[in-house]
Design a protein around this ligand. Sequence first.
Ligand code: G4F
Length: 304
Amino acid sequence: MVRRVALEDPSRRLGRLQSVVGSLRLHAASLESFPSVYQVFRAVQPDECYHLAAQSFVSYSFDDEFSTLNTNINGTHFVLAALKDVVPKCRFYFAGSSEMFGKVAEIPQTETTRFHPRSAYGISKVAGFDLTRNYREAYGIHASNGILFNHESPRRGFEFVTRKITSGIARILAGQSKELRLGNLEAKRDWGHARDYVEAMWAMLQQDEPDDYVVATGRSHSVWEFVRMACGMAGLDPDKYVVTDPEFYRPAEVQLLIGNPAKAQAKLGWRPSTQFADLVCEMVTADCASLGVEVPVTKSIEVE
Ligand code: G4F
């Protein structure tokens, strides 16, 4: 499902779908319009629905709390309400987020850890999580919540810190930039590979019973550790290029996230297959290649 404006300008708006677009049937609809979502369900009659769409950039949710809350909460409600009416047997996946844990109540975080979101984005995801559980309990919908920790890949948007770092390094090597401006380098995240996490989403919908699952690697690294490893692979000294800039700090930060994926491992048989160093290496390599820069990428810098 994509917005109509994307269908009208596919080369610019659907660039990241290029490798698969030939095998997809795209439907125009907007999460902001209940009738449009309803019509897609009527036309497609899906067996499974993966609801990932959202305003997903935490920083932006501080700039515009209203549109983040409106789009994310109403959008999820529209999808669930339409599904219940049109295809109540359709299995539903909701993209919950580790941002729901926010100011964490325990370490590591599990499916039973209390939520304490620290942004409008986190609040919207808690609401979506509760809506999903409520549709499961009240209407018997096969609706599952994934509580996904940060998942990255070379397809990541440039505004998120991992891609900002790896694309910034590529630009420095290509002579297009002289520095990398970042915010809080102390924040720690449990970073996994998006490819692995999509498999967990799919596995949830293959279960007989719907449920809620933490999807994480169980390991956490700071932003600075990511920078150091990525720069090391590219042969750059991070102290020479990284500049901290207050503009990129958040009014309320989520300082430490680390998930316990034991339930997903036990019930879904899911395990992450990509290690942190391999993820960083893949992203640095892809961004350098896209600018035609060759780097002697090594994995010699260990930050475990
Ligand atoms: O890459 P980020 O913007 O991702 P964040 O906020 O953790 O959220 C991502 O993961 C969530 C799952 O936990 C998703 F639900 C969400 O949609 C999104 O995909 O920031 C990561 C960390 C933060 O602590 C941030 O303060 O990096 C820190 N950071 C430091 N300098 C920066 C920067 N983040 C960004 N985006 N840009 C910086 O310059």
